[in-house]
Write a new protein. Sequence first.
Length: 65
Amino acid sequence: METLIVHPKNKEQLSAIKAVMKALKIDFKAEKKYNQEIVNKVLDGENSRKSGKPGLKIDVPNMWK
């Protein structure tokens, strides 16, 4: 068998593709891809926090100014 990789342009297309596949009883799995650079930054921050390093302080009242 072949594996198909589909790239829907929006949520509407994604929903339609899933509905068709379910109607045809085709097995599928959904996977989310994340930007690896962002994932690494989050993990670095988590590791820093766990090792006791101070985190970044955000001035919440002035955050949107």
